[in-house]
Design a protein around this ligand. Structure first.
Ligand code: SDX
Length: 430
């Protein structure tokens, strides 16, 4: 809980002085509590919530100017290097890194929930074969609430914990099922002898016809991609989960709402959009033309994978992702990947171009993740699904934090600019 500060902010409006209390967190900007403004006849106005703190949280801290990302205080660079995805899931949910026994218990808790009800197959088979896997994931995750009526009491801590385990455990299974269905291949069941990322890759690429050995380098890269996407403060999809959760809706529907928000190309859909953009550019000789388009106010084209609402310096995740990219391409013997070469040239040009420098548009996490995913054989339409698997612990940890804390129904107000009151006009007089 943020500490009330002895400092106050004073607002002078129409000659009146309004005193507003302030709060101080452990890091980052102090906040001004504006809730009392309604009583003075005013609302604040902040479309896109650029300067609005919607809640207080202990999960993740971002310093956009310094390129800092901490999960419960641990720098993302250290977690990416020394930890793994399930350990970060535990950290986000519990606030501390697990000891050996706690880690083993958590891994086992997750393993016990990787299967989905057999009826989920029929749900997925109800989609057209060419359905986007995000459409499948969004729909099926919401439908999971229909399979767990007996443990949806959000006031019950045990139900909340089990739901967290179920969502983290089942997301890769559902993702792999959406991929298999699209390809007309049989679903592959999860295996409890495999690690989390290994299991996902096995369910995605194995067939019943022969043994499938997961490449350990690819599994490590996949685990790191999940880890780098685990949480990111109050981003659009996490804020969607919190807003849905503030109504008391069940956690499966809240996470499904987060999946829907993540799908957009300005958010989690950017990794897919980066690869589509590079395909559209087609060749390094066209890069200058597209950079000019990105700078043209009248042209809707933007360089996908560049820019960020918070990071006004390099996204620390992009640096780690770039390193992973080189490791994977080298391990797979595809150092001279034309897509990577074009991405690196685009990045170099963008980082030297005044337009991008002045607007502080740097590569974000999505810029390189798509290239790594392409290199390990994940089809473009699955990229945002991978992002959703990674972001699930963040979504559910924020939901947990909100439900376990001071939850008020989220209900923003507006600046009304419509017509003033007027009387109905019968159709014969219009
Ligand atoms: C993610 O919030 C999170 O934490 C998100 C995320 C997470 O982990 O959850 O980090 C994941 O979503 C990363 C972002 C992925 N999206 C993209 O890569 C899409 C391309 N980026 C842009 O759409 C944009 O940068 C946003 C949406 C990400 C951020 O936009 P903002 O903060 O709303 O800033 P803006 O759109 O107002 O842009 C500021 C200026 C504008 O020019 P002016 O109006 O000031 O003249 O920069 C320009 C924009 O035109 N600009 C770009 C650009 N991004 C912004 N110009 C060209 N190419 C771009 N990519």
């Amino acid at each position: 809980m943020a500490q009330a500060s002895s400092r106050v902010a004073r607002l002078i409006v129409d000659g009146n002085e309004i005193e507003l209390p302030m709060r101080t967190g452990s890091s980052g900007p102090d906040v001004i509590e504006v809730g009392s403004l309604t009583g003075h006849g005013y609302f604040t106005y902040d479309p896109g919530f650029v300067s609005t703190a919607s809640c207080d949280s202990e999960l993740t801290y971002i310093d956009g100017n310094a390129g800092v990302l901490l999960h419960r205080g641990y720098p993302i660079e250290q977690l990416a290097e020394q930890s793994n995805f399930l350990e970060v899931c535990y950290l986000l949910l519990n606030g501390e890194l697990p000891g050996g026994e706690q880690r083993d218990q958590f891994v086992n808790d997750i393993r016990r929930h990787t299967m989905v009800h057999e009826k989920v197959k029929a749900l997925i088979q109800g989609y057209r074969r060419d359905a986007h896997p995000m459409a499948v994931l969004c729909g099926v995750v919401a439908a999971l609430s229909a399979f767990y009526h007996y443990s949806l009491d959000i006031g019950n801590a045990e139900h909340r914990l089990k739901t967290a385990h179920r969502l983290i455990a089942k997301m890769p299974t559902l993702a792999a099922m959406s991929y298999k269905y699209a390809r007309g291949e049989p679903f592959i069941y999860p295996r409890n002898d495999l690690g989390y990322a290994e299991n996902f890759l096995h369910m995605t690429f194995a067939t019943p016809c022969e043994e499938y050995q997961v490449n350990p380098v690819v599994a490590r890269a996949m685990d790191r991609i999940f880890l780098l996407h685990a949480d990111h403060e109050q981003n659009a999809s996490t804020s969607t989960v919190r807003l849905a959760g503030s109504t008391g809706a069940n956690p499966f529907s809240c996470i499904a709402a987060g999946i829907a928000a993540l799908w957009g190309p300005s958010h989690g859909g950017a990794n897919e959009a980066v690869l589509n953009m590079l395909a559209q550019i087609g060749d390094e000789k066209n890069i200058d033309k597209y950079v000019a388009k990105a700078k043209d106010k009248d042209d809707p084209f933007r360089l996908m994978g560049f820019g960020h609402r918070v990071y006004k310096s390099y996204d620390p995740r992009a640096k780690v992702m770039q390193q992973s990219c080189h490791e994977v391409l080298e391990a797979l013997g595809i150092e001279d990947d034309p897509t990577l070469r074009m991405a690196q040239r685009l990045e170099k040009i963008a980082l030297e171009d005044n337009y991008f420098v002045e607007k502080r548009l740097y590569p974000n996490v999505d810029f390189y993740s798509g290239i790594v995913l392409k290199a390990i054989g994940i089809p473009v339409e699955m990229f945002t699904v991978i992002f959703a698997i990674g972001r699930t612990p963040g979504w559910i940890a924020h939901w947990h934090e909100m439900i376990g804390g001071e939850t008020r129904l989220g209900r923003p107000r507006q600046l009304y600019r419509g017509p003033a009151r007027r009387d109905y006009v019968p159709v014969g007089q219009r």
